[in-house]
Design a protein around this ligand. Structure first.
Ligand code: ZN
Ligand code: ZN
Length: 571
């Protein structure tokens, strides 16, 4: 079991306890424990198995240690399961509405007895929320505005959750005797930001082998449908997964078919038809004769196309590129040399400068920028000019002491609501690297949002706009940014654009990142790490970049530091 899964248990427990009206200190203890656990680099289930005393971890007392033991040894938490039976899953879905936390949900559930998003919507439409104590028309309106997005988000999981589940199941199925291939297909393979359900393909002499194994898998809650070669299951997380067992000679065709997207496959089938062929999940056929199907490459070749990377299969520009012979060679995880957005204990990070530097070095990164928050983010202990200068002094000391990785003195500087920057120009001028970001006032009108972004882009010291829209995937819409106007200004002013790799952000999105590339804007894929495990999210940023069609050359932090620095406007 991964640390993130244990942390998720405690997060859920905290949410449910809070909805249930439990003691706030208990709730906070679980939230702190979740934070500690996901920031711990070593696997807790391995530590627990070797008899390590878990109370040595910060914030983990005897009671919590005992509960962690329970989770890693049984895969469950008895109290969490018990609370889940008392509070329907639909109640937790309400937490997906922006601005709605456990306290509000508790009132909806305990006072109005609402148990799902549709019931909440009906109550809001009937004006029943505004009558509650502590609520008003404004809250009710905001809930109504956001409830549809929350409803569709509730049925999808993040790419991080999707990949974690698929990776475990694929590797377990691959090890079974007689199973020759097992892979994830569908939107997970295309690295969409969120996935509605999961698809696994396998080849095996005996389809019952992988199917019996999946039915008993620790991630699987129940089997929903069982056929000879197809099985549908529901995972404990609620998401549904399809396993299809196909013959080896159809594996490529099935992989192509079930990877999608539907729009992409419509074009592939149309091209086949023009050639007098038929493509389906079993193969490519001329009449009754199968002419391809064993590999995806064969399937594409049979219809006159080169193999197209899954991330590009959305019927956007991939066919135009394929026809012109210029499909981009997409950036990969191994290309990344530096991480230019990370936090330390100087603001809201969990590790010190040296610890973060060593963790980055252990992941083969050659350079990092330490970019803690500026003072506006007071709840994250943001830095004012004096503290920032002292922090940079510490960074320089570490830089002199630690070899094998270069460290830039950076800052994540807020762009304030009044369209000024949170730190004076003379301080920003001393930084090696300045990220400007919107954190507050995201609901301001477009004109003011653009005024703020323009103030940042035209500032001589700002190098990049971080998480440019401020959106949170499935939870919060971004600011009303005129993206094309922002990108044009960035191009004119030599300002870079970030793809924030955190699966909750993935900001820029794929479409905007492709537009940035078209304008020649260097893109930086950053993890925004707040702990030594934060670097894990880089793969999701890479997925997003690949969906945008970015090559190694389009991504500035694939370059050696010296070359990277020549791209800065302050260079
Ligand atoms: Zn930020
Ligand atoms: Zn940050």
């Amino acid at each position: 079991m991964k640390n993130d899964q244990i942390a998720e248990c405690f997060e859920q427990l905290a949410d449910l306890l809070e909805i249930h009206g439990a003691n706030p200190f208990r709730v906070r203890a679980y939230r702190n424990a979740a934070r500690t656990i996901s920031a711990t680099a070593d696997s807790l289930s391995e530590l627990a198995a070797t008899g390590f005393d878990l109370t040595e971890l910060p914030g983990i007392g005897k009671d919590l240690a005992h509960q962690i033991q329970e989770i890693v040894s049984t895969g469950e938490h008895a109290q969490l399961e018990e609370l889940k039976t008392r509070i329907p899953a639909g109640v937790l879905d309400m937490l997906r509405i922006p601005g709605v936390g456990p306290k509000k949900v508790s009132v909806f559930f305990n006072e109005l007895h609402l148990t799902s998003l549709p019931e909440l919507k009906a109550a809001a439409e009937a004006g029943r929320l505004a009558e509650l104590r502590g609520f008003g028309r404004k809250t009710e309106q905001s809930i109504l505005q956001n409830i549809d997005a929350a409803t569709s988000a509730a049925s999808r999981i993040s790419i991080a959750e999707a990949m974690a589940a698929c990776d475990v199941i694929v590797s377990d199925l691959s090890r079974l005797p007689g199973v020759t291939q097992a892979v994830a297909a569908g939107s997970c393979r295309r690295r969409r930001e969120t996935c509605g359900d999961l698809d696994i393909l396998a080849t095996s002499d005996d389809p019952s082998v992988p199917m019996n194994s999946l039915a008993k898998h620790s991630l699987v809650k129940e089997v929903l449908q069982q056929g000879d070669t197809r099985q549908r299951v529901r995972l404990h997380s609620g998401v549904e997964m399809d396993l299809r067992v196909v013959p080896a000679e159809s594996f490529g065709a099935a992989l192509q078919y079930f990877t999608g997207s539907r729009e992409h496959n419509v074009v592939v089938r149309g091209r086949a038809k023009e050639l007098g062929l038929k493509v389906n999940e079993y193969g490519v056929f001329r009449g009754d004769l199968a002419i391809a199907g064993r590999t995806e490459e064969d399937v594409y070749a049979a219809v006159g196309l080169p193999w197209i990377a899954p991330e590009l299969r959305e019927n956007r520009r991939e066919f135009e590129w394929a026809d012109a012979g210029c499909l981009p060679e997409l950036v990969s995880l191994e290309d990344i040399q530096g991480d230019l957005h990370l936090h330390t204990t100087a603001s809201d990070g969990m590790a010190g400068i040296e610890e973060m530097a060593l963790a980055a070095k252990a992941r083969n990164l050659r350079y990092i920028a330490i970019t803690d928050h500026s003072k506006r983010v007071s709840m994250a202990n943001g830095l004012d000019s004096d503290r920032l200068r002292a922090h940079w002094d510490h960074i320089r000391e570490v830089r002199d002491r630690v070899s094998g990785i270069q460290i830039l003195c950076g800052i994540e500087c807020d762009i304030l609501e009044d369209a000024t920057l949170d730190l004076p120009d003379d301080v920003l001028a001393e930084a090696d690297w300045v990220i400007a970001v919107l954190h507050y006032g995201l609901r301001q009108p477009r004109a003011q949002i653009m005024k703020r972004l323009m103030c940042a882009v035209t500032n001589p010291h700002v190098d990049i706009i971080g998480h440019p829209t401020g959106r949170l995937v499935g939870r919060r819409e971004g600011a009303d940014v005129n993206m094309l106007e922002l990108l044009r200004a960035a191009a004119d002013n030599r300002v870079m654009m970030e793809i924030n790799a955190h699966p909750k952000r993935l900001d820029l999105d794929d479409i905007s990142a492709a537009a940035a590339k078209d304008l020649g804007i260097p893109i930086v894929i950053s993890t925004d790490s707040h702990s030594v495990t934060g670097f894990d999210v880089l793969q999701f940023g890479i997925g997003q970049a690949r969906r945008a069609g970015l090559t190694k050359d389009d991504v500035a932090n694939t370059k050696p530091l010296k070359e990277f620095l020549t791209l800065l406007k302050s260079d």
